[in-house]
Design a binder for this molecule. Structure first.
Ligand code: ATP
Ligand code: MG
Length: 450
């Protein structure tokens, strides 16, 4: 008789489709036969029964109870398939549902020394990032990051911006030589792109408003919690645009993003203890602070900056550092634009305000709650003579920019754009301390592996 039952189960087995765990935690599946695949997340053996907490390939988690004899050799992170009946049981960990399994198939027994355990040092988790990605925290972050990318893309598509891609290997600097990564390029030297901006500027003449998302590389020597050597950069550029347009586009983009991410990833944000109400307090228009006002606030708060070897008080003409941005944003719930920077702290391509000598027509967007810069944007210099003198002044090689200068020779138009760091955005949305948590395989000065 027992043999017959086993046979029936096996017959059913081949016909039953696999379910994702998130699909089956519903009343309608109670009492039904279910088949799931995944990995052992936790394991507890009793005399007759074993309790397996299983994780599937979308991070769904459920308790399975199976006869001990079927899983005698089982280890954490072994891959397996369980078939059984779904029950509701208050005692069941992870949401009160459990599968009482009658059939277990092991795909691969994991080595008994899975290195990721409950309390591990940050460094170990980074060394084993290829395995740390299986933790619930990393799965949740990865899902939120994916939704951030999806919603940003949706906004550009819905608003008729054309997506483009630009080269990663380039001949010239965009953001200054000190953070360039040189690479051997056949018999020549090339660099990894710091920004797609110059290419986007070439594309607005034929495609109008364009945007791109791709990696940017910065050889950042400072180890901070918000700098990566490789980060994902969303950049947008449009012809016939003004500073006010640039403010408004970024406001609309960010509001769209936050409203949708907080809705679609509500559970994930709650799991990571993010205060969603605070996030959603963001409203249009964002606050605007002039650079001079910002410097006054910073001076009255005795903010210091590092000037080479010397630490001194911040003064007009300095770029804003992390401490400055923290102070300017810690008590805010809305992002703030800082505009009107001195030309000398901005790259060669920024446009000078025709009404205020030495002032750039640019604005950085600082995220609230102390997070600071997420985007830099502004108008670009259209005048070839001024542009050439800026290139010369910065000691850049004029020849490498000859194609860029052509854009000013043949029908130059007022234009501008901005660039957003995706990991900076994710860091704020989730409220994470370290930017390395916002990317799947982080690259920093100290880390190129895995
Ligand atoms: P910061 O002053 O914060 O170092 P930046 O002004 O040098 O940044 P931009 O050249 O303005 O950076 O780049 C545009 C955006 O790209 C920044 O606002 C930021 O969101 C992001 N970004 C720049 N550098 C990095 C980095 N090293 N790691 C992660 N994101 C970065
Ligand atoms: Mg910047």
């Amino acid at each position: 008789m027992y043999n017959i039952i086993i046979k029936i189960v096996c017959v059913v087995n081949t016909q039953l489709k696999y379910h994702r765990i998130s699909e089956i935690k519903k009343e309608e599946f109670l009492g039904k036969e279910i088949r799931i695949r995944g990995w052992v997340y936790r394991l507890r053996r009793q005399k007759d029964k074993a309790f397996i907490i299983m994780r599937d390939d979308r991070g769904g988690i459920i308790q399975c109870v199976v006869p001990s004899t079927t899983v005698q050799e089982l280890t954490i992170e072994s891959s397996l398939e369980v078939q059984g009946i779904l029950f509701k049981d208050e005692r069941a960990k992870e949401g009160g549902y459990e599968i009482r399994g009658n059939d277990v198939k092991i795909y691969s027994l994991a080595n008994n020394d899975f290195p990721i355990r409950e309390y591990q040092s940050t460094e170990l988790l980074l060394d084993y990032r290829h395995l740390t990605l299986r933790t619930r925290k990393m799965i949740t972050i990865a899902k939120i990051r994916a939704t951030v990318l999806e919603k940003l893309r949706n906004w550009f598509v819905e608003n008729d911006w054309i997506e483009v891609t630009t080269p990663t290997l380039v001949k010239s600097a965009v953001e200054g030589g000190s953070t360039l990564f040189p690479v051997k390029y056949f018999k020549d030297e090339a660099f990894l792109s710091q920004s797609a901006q110059l290419y986007l500027e070439a594309l607005i003449f034929s495609l109008g408003p364009v945007w791109t998302i791709g990696p940017s590389f910065r050889a950042e020597k400072s180890r901070t919690l918000r700098h990566l050597a490789e980060y994902l950069h969303l950049e947008a550029e449009a012809p016939w645009i003004t500073m006010n347009d640039l403010f408004s586009i970024q406001e609309k983009l960010l509001i769209h993003l936050i409203r949708h991410v907080t809705k679609d990833r509500n559970q994930e944000l709650i799991f990571l203890n993010r205060d969603i109400l605070t996030l959603n307090q963001m409203t249009e228009p964002f606050d605007k602070l002039s650079y001079s006002q910002a410097i006054d606030i910073l001076c009255s708060n005795d903010i210091n900056i590092q000037d080479g070897e010397v630490t001194r008080k911040i003064e007009w003409g300095d770029d804003l550092n992390i401490d400055s941005e923290k102070l300017l944003t810690k008590d805010r719930r809305n992002p703030v634009f800082v505009y009107g920077y001195p030309l000398q702290v901005k790259p060669f391509y920024v446009k000078e305000d025709p009404e205020r000598q030495g002032i750039a027509l640019t604005a950085d967007l600082l995220l609230p709650e102390g997070f600071g810069e997420v985007s830099s944007g502004g108008m670009r210099e259209e005048n070839i003579t001024l542009l050439k003198s800026r290139i010369k002044k910065e000691g850049l090689n004029m020849d490498s920019y000859s194609w860029y200068l052509d854009l000013r020779k043949y029908g130059s138009v007022p234009h501008g754009g901005f660039g957003i760091g995706i990991e900076r955005l994710v860091r704020w949305i989730i409220n994470l301390e370290d930017i390395k948590e916002c990317v799947l395989f982080p690259r920093t000065m100290a880390r190129l592996n895995p």
